[in-house]
Ligand binder design. Structure first.
Ligand code: HEM
Length: 378
């Protein structure tokens, strides 16, 4: 329980802390990794360098403080993050570590103004939020199809384009069931990289009979990006073994509508293709709009052809010659339930176009490849 007096203390300090979010997060990560270098194996070091996740974690704690009078309101937003935490094997014992170093960050930003009363109130509040996550994640650990990371053998490696490669992996040890739209998490240790590295990749087909199929986009080749994707593209071949944690994620087709519009850009096609395959199999009316740079960058041709053969209405738009997807492409589909996946920029552009057409956010479901909270209207 957080007392009313402590809630007031927190509310009064949120604006100052939000204004110095970068400082808090920098101090937080520096101190935490110094005290717990083992966490470098869990956190995505690329995100640390480009600044996505540092902001996501700390800024979520600050953003949630605005709802301190009704913290239950944040539970729906916790679910997506909790799926990622479960997939990364974040456990209850990790929460006090984050809490300690987050409070240090807050203390440093507030300087002399960080009275014991303020630090005590933020401590109580953090513990409360942490418990919400721990409870949600506990249920997810129980429901997961397997525990921890298990070895899978690569059965098939298919180069789709210069950027995207599709992998099918299998294991006899586990139950491979999943919900279309979910992702698996790969754990690798490239030889020339100092840490283990974890990445989420969407399961891209619902039709694999033995195993799980996911696709990987090759990211930039310098040391700030692409450590895992380049390793998978260049060093992993059929017959090799990689480690996966169980399918996770809450992006899925709701059973509320039978007329569906899927919108995807680039490698964002991955979860959406599995969802479209599953939706067609259930007899839904599926329209799929896909944006690729040009023909050379068009992956998954076999899956698009299959979807079309099964009755999906597919339109592929090449951005180089035809421009990006926009409201003209969406016109006539206003009554469909909409599912979108792509980069953060793509998602923002698509959501803005749909909102401008008067389509309500409640009808738009999305999975950005990046921290979702930065797009969430909380
Ligand atoms: C990801 C929030 C606790 C480790 C995230 C994301 C958010 C978040 C918003 C981004 C999710 C997305 O990609 O959509 C929080 C909050 C916490 C908390 C509010 C406390 C109440 C923890 C703890 C750990 C942890 C205790 C482990 C020590 C991670 C990792 C990621 C992540 C490894 C993936 C991103 C990356 O690797 O850079 N968290 N988190 N989090 N969180 Fe947490």
């Amino acid at each position: 329980m957080i007392t009313e007096a402590k809630k007031d203390v927190i509310k009064a300090t949120v604006p100052a802390l939000e204004a110095h979010g970068t400082k808090i997060t920098t101090t937080f990560y520096q101190n935490m990794f110094e005290a717990h270098p083992e966490l470098l194996n869990i956190f995505n070091q690329t995100n640390q360098k480009v600044g996505n996740q540092p902001k996501a974690l700390a800024m979520t704690v600050l953003a949630a403080a605005k709802h301190i009078d009704n913290l239950d309101a944040i539970v729906p937003h916790v679910v997506g993050i909790a799926h990622k935490h479960r997939a990364l094997e974040i456990k209850p014992e990790h929460y006090p570590i984050v809490g300690k170093h987050l409070l240090e960050g807050i203390q440093e930003v507030l300087g002399d103004k960080a009275t014991p009363e303020i630090i005590d109130a933020w401590g109580d509040y953090y513990n409360h939020i942490a418990q919400i996550f721990i409870d949600v994640e506990q249920d997810m650990y129980q429901d997961a199809t397997w525990d921890g990371f298990k070895p899978f053998t690569v059965k098939k490696k298919e180069v789709m384009t210069s950027e995207i490669t599709r992998f099918t992996v299998d294991s006899d040890e586990v139950d491979k069931s999943f919900t279309a739209g979910q992702y698996i998490t790969v754990k690798v240790k490239p030889a020339d990289y100092p840490y283990e590295a974890l990445r989420h990749y969407s399961i891209c087909s619902n039709k694999t009979v033995d195993g799980l199929t996911f696709a990987v986009k090759r990211e930039g080749e310098d040391d700030t990006k692409g450590v895992v994707s380049n390793y998978l593209h260049d060093d992993i071949e059929s017959g090799d073994v990689i480690f996966l944690s169980a399918p996770a994620g809450d992006f899925k087709v709701e059973d509320t509508h039978s007329e569906l519009l899927f919108i995807a850009g680039g490698v964002g096609a991955t979860p959406v293709m599995a969802m479209a395959e599953a939706a067609i199999a259930k007899g839904n009316d599926v329209k799929f709009l896909y944006s690729a740079i040009n023909e050379a960058y068009l992956p998954f041709k076999d899956q698009f052809e299959n979807l079309e053969a099964e009755g999906a209405d597919i339109r592929i738009k090449f951005s180089e010659s035809e421009g990006y997807l926009n409201r003209e492409d969406f016109a006539g589909n206003e009554n469909r339930e909409i599912y979108i996946c792509g980069s953060m920029t793509f998602m923002n552009a698509m959501i803005n176009e749909l909102n401008a057409m008067g389509i309500d956010d409640s009808r738009i479901h999305f999975e950005p490849f990046g921290p979702k909270m930065s797009l969430q209207k909380v």
